[in-house]
Design a protein around this ligand. Structure first.
Ligand SMILES: [Zn+2]
Length: 274
């Protein structure tokens, strides 16, 4: 199918995509919200079953459940699956949607704001509509899987998600992840990630009046460690090196919703061309 015809087809689903995105954004699934992540998982799994996929979960005690949705037919069941993936959790804290719920911007048509809209509930909706449309087109070449990660923002620290993903992907033809990218019609094949460190620095107690010379400042030492850590990388700017208090990323996101339709269409075309 030509790309313009694909875009026309997907354009008819735009308002459904917006409504679904609104529901996902307004279902909080922040850093400490395991039940919220699982609630997002339930919404997604019901949707996946409604388009003919089968779903299963791998439960975790201290993180949300890993959700896998699969579609295969008698013709392609022995072929390697194409896997589309994304994460359901966000970096935000509980109650963020009180002020940062999903909303269309009246002064900027086509744009919306909301916590987790870009990273990455928008990407989840794109991946899901790619699969939905491929199924409806009768795509047969490969089985299709969607894998929804519960704990990307905490780097899978409290679960075995990393090993479970490796297990799920053993037989895959390829995996496409739907994180946001600065590029539009290209596939990003590598990028840097984050690392979390706990650095504890102890000072030496002194007294500002009587024994100032024996005191050593933990704050100064920590500042020097931050400079030394930053010097370990050759990336010119290290963004978001969190030192005290706040999370790694606490800005609300603004997204261009008019890009949803072409992104779904381009992704479908890329899979059809494989
Ligand atoms: Zn992300």
């Amino acid at each position: 199918m030509e790309i313009e015809a694909l875009k026309d087809l997907i354009a008819g689903q735009e308002s459904d995509m917006f409504a679904f995105l609104e529901e996902l954004v307004n279902t909080e699934s922040g850093i400490d919200q395991i039940s919220g992540v699982n609630q997002v998982g339930t919404i997604i799994s019901q949707w996946c079953e409604s388009i003919g996929m089968t779903t299963r979960t791998i439960p975790h005690d201290q993180a949300g459940d890993l959700l896998i949705a699969e579609y295969k037919t008698a013709e392609n069941k022995d072929q390697k699956p194409i896997v589309l993936s994304g994460h359901m959790d966000t970096v935000f804290n509980a109650d963020v949607t009180k002020n940062h719920h999903f909303r269309l911007l009246a002064d900027k048509p086509g744009f919306a704001k909301g916590a987790g809209l870009m990273d990455m509930k928008g990407g989840l909706v794109i991946a899901m509509y790619v699969v939905k449309n491929l199924i409806e087109m009768g795509y047969q070449k490969h089985p299709l899987s969607l894998i929804f990660i519960p704990d990307e923002e905490t780097l899978h620290r409290y679960s075995d998600t990393r090993q479970e993903m490796i297990g799920e992907l053993q037989n895959a033809a390829l995996m496409l992840n739907f994180e946001p990218t600065p590029t539009f019609d290209e596939i990003v094949v590598g990028r840097q990630g984050g690392m979390m460190l706990n650095v504890t620095v102890e000072g030496v107690q002194g007294h500002s009046g009587m024994e100032v010379e024996i005191g050593r400042s933990a704050v100064v030492e920590l500042a020097q460690k931050v400079v030394a850590l930053e010097a370990l990388t050759d990336i010119p700017v290290v963004d978001g090196l969190g030192i005290v208090g706040t999370g790694a990323h606490t800005l609300e996101e603004e997204a261009d919703l008019t890009s949803l339709v072409p992104r779904v269409a381009l992704s479908i075309q890329a899979i059809l061309d494989l």
